[in-house]
Design a protein around this ligand. Structure first.
Ligand code: ZN
Length: 161
């Protein structure tokens, strides 16, 4: 497995629509492993394939950042959203920035896992936020387009809190 280069805002690949994964090829399996390595190394809680330059519908998430229970979502489809939460969000593709985004507080998503087994995953709070953020990446949407108020410098925001 390997660390891949994370594309950052301004790179137009981040604004493209992605394609569904049809079959789990060895190449896709390697990509998923690399995405997990890249996410953990960058201390992120989620990463979508376009962020490493691949226009496929794959996201990895681990809100614990511990490496024990990563969630892999292939071809995710959001089935249900409810409630509301407003909180600070950040993105590995928008380095050193944070901004407030309102999202649903609960999400139910259908996706294939890393073995192409269909699964239903439900999340609340941070997990719900991460799923919505990562699924947005698959249609070329960055959280900065949803920020309420200004995008803030991460360090300043931390000092002010
Ligand atoms: Zn992101």
């Amino acid at each position: 497995m390997a660390i891949r280069k994370i594309r950052t805002i301004g790179d137009e690949i981040l604004e493209h629509q992605t394609k569904p994964v049809k079959i789990l090829t060895p190449r896709i399996a390697i990509l998923i492993g690399d995405m997990l390595d890249t996410m953990y190394q960058a201390q992120g809680v989620g990463l979508a394939a376009p962020q490493v330059g691949v226009l496929k519908q794959i996201v990895v998430i681990d809100v614990t950042q511990e490496g024990n229970t990563p969630i892999v979502l292939i071809n995710p489809e959001i089935l249900e959203l409810s409630g509301e939460q407003t909180g600070q969000e950040a993105c590995l593709s928008v380095p050193n920035k944070v901004g407030n985004v309102t999202r649903a507080n609960y999400v139910k998503v259908k996706a294939y896992d890393q073995h192409m087994k269909e699964r239903i995953i439900e999340g609340e709070d941070l997990l719900a936020r991460a799923i919505q953020h990562e699924v947005d990446h698959l249609s070329g949407v960055l959280y900065v387009s949803k920020v309420e108020g200004e995008l803030m410098d991460a360090q300043e925001a931390e000092e002010r809190a």
